[in-house]
Ligand binder design. Structure first.
Ligand code: ZN
Length: 399
């Protein structure tokens, strides 16, 4: 028995659209994608007419923190919560993320490996949530950005040991902190943290194990250090200059801007309880951040959608706001969709399995009432999401 969706506006994820297209799903996989007239159905098939609706690949958020709760001062609650409470919260965040149409996430730093437990719980069917790739504990210098819940390490040998610990715990990728950041008191986003040598050691350890690396990198010098070390993705990238952009292109790295993070911090402000240091730092970087993303797009840098969900008022389940912000920065709606599907799958190294609608790939789909190419914002309306499927299984079906 196949599940067949016909007469829909089918967005492939690679920039192409099939109007009045058909997608059929057999078991976990996509079996057919093409024009409606070519498909034959049998009596046993479940056939849905999706005229007037748009079918997209399952959406991907390349930067979330499921352990972090999106409260006004989330690092304080992250540190204060007991492990059982934290685990319950993270499980709830995972379910909400899936309900938004996000079928895959990359978790960029949890506490005490709760992220890995959530990932395994979802995989084994105990929990409902998106497919997860997890970094385990972020690796940072002593007192560096994220030190309160990360693994502090200094010098090449210790960085190697820290990375090996994450691999032993079961991390899918390694996150290394190249610069300061917004959410840690007393560190500046523009300053470098790990040295080039430390970054090289960390990247090498990850690579030996066949894992990818990502770096929290906001200042220009730290961004370049990470690229010279061979990092796979630059997270945030607040201050990209021409040389950094050239290096990104040369090393085939990606940028994950996380526009939502400073956006929500500034929008809520101290008035709603966000720590003053975070508001001030966000205000100081926002203009340059948006300019950097514009510059990267113009230069043809692969930009993937990532929200940094979990930071103040950047709530799990509201992930697709980032697509609207990408459009505000100058992306076309189609480019924002490609950033959230194909490009995001490439950042995760999962492009053979997900990211575009193609025969043989996993059947991760979202069906929305309307056309996000005309209004990217409709993706944020849960009532307009008619169906969510992950690996051939419906998590929502209002068709
Ligand atoms: Zn983050």
């Amino acid at each position: 028995m196949a599940i067949v969706f016909r007469n829909g506006n089918v967005i492939i994820g690679n920039g192409k659209v099939i109007e009045k297209g058909t997608v059929s799903v057999d078991g976990e996989n996509i079996f057919f994608v093409g024009p409606a007239r070519r498909v034959q159905t049998s009596k046993k098939d479940r056939v849905f007419d999706i005229s007037g609706k748009t079918l997209l690949p399952g959406l991907i958020d390349a930067h979330v923190h499921l352990c972090v709760d999106g409260s006004a001062d989330p690092i304080t609650s992250l540190l204060k919560d007991s492990i059982p409470v934290l685990t319950l919260k993270a499980a709830n965040h995972a379910r909400r993320t899936l309900e938004a149409g996000v079928t895959t996430v990359r978790d960029m730093g949890g506490r005490d490996y709760v992220d890995l437990a959530i990932r395994d719980g979802i995989e084994s069917g105990i929990l409902q949530g998106p497919r997860m790739l997890c970094s385990g504990k972020l690796v940072c210098m002593t007192g560096g950005h994220g030190w309160q819940f990360g693994r502090e390490a200094n010098g090449m040998d210790e960085v190697r040991a820290a990375v090996r610990e994450q691999l032993r715990a079961g991390a899918d990728l390694i996150k290394l902190m190249a610069t300061g950041g917004v959410m840690t008191k007393g560190v500046e986003p523009g300053t470098t943290q790990f040295t080039l040598e430390e970054l090289i050691a960390g990247v090498e350890e990850a690579r030996k194990a066949g894992r990818r690396t990502a770096t929290h990198a906001q200042g220009t010098e730290g961004i370049k250090n990470a690229l010279w070390a061979g990092i796979n993705s630059i997270e945030h990238g607040f201050f990209l200059d021409d040389e950094a952009i050239e290096l990104i292109l040369e090393t085939k790295a990606f940028v994950v801007p996380t526009l939502c993070a400073p956006y929500y911090i500034i929008k809520a402000g101290v008035r709603r309880g966000v720590p003053a240091f975070a508001v001030e730092k966000s205000k100081a970087v926002m203009k340059s951040h948006w300019e950097s993303v514009k510059k990267a797009r113009k230069a043809g840098v692969p930009v993937a959608m990532g929200t940094d969900a979990g930071t103040p008022f950047n709530c799990h389940g509201e992930n697709l706001k980032e697509m609207e912000l990408l459009v505000r920065v100058g992306f076309t709606p189609m480019e924002a969709i490609v950033a959230t599907t194909k490009t995001a799958s490439e950042v995760l190294g999962l492009e053979k399995k997900i990211g575009t609608l193609e025969k043989g790939k996993l059947a991760d789909l979202v069906i929305i009432d309307g056309n996000p190419l005309e209004n990217i914002g409709i993706l944020q309306y849960k009532e307009k999401i008619m169906a969510i499927m992950k690996e051939g299984r419906f998590y929502k079906c209002g068709l």
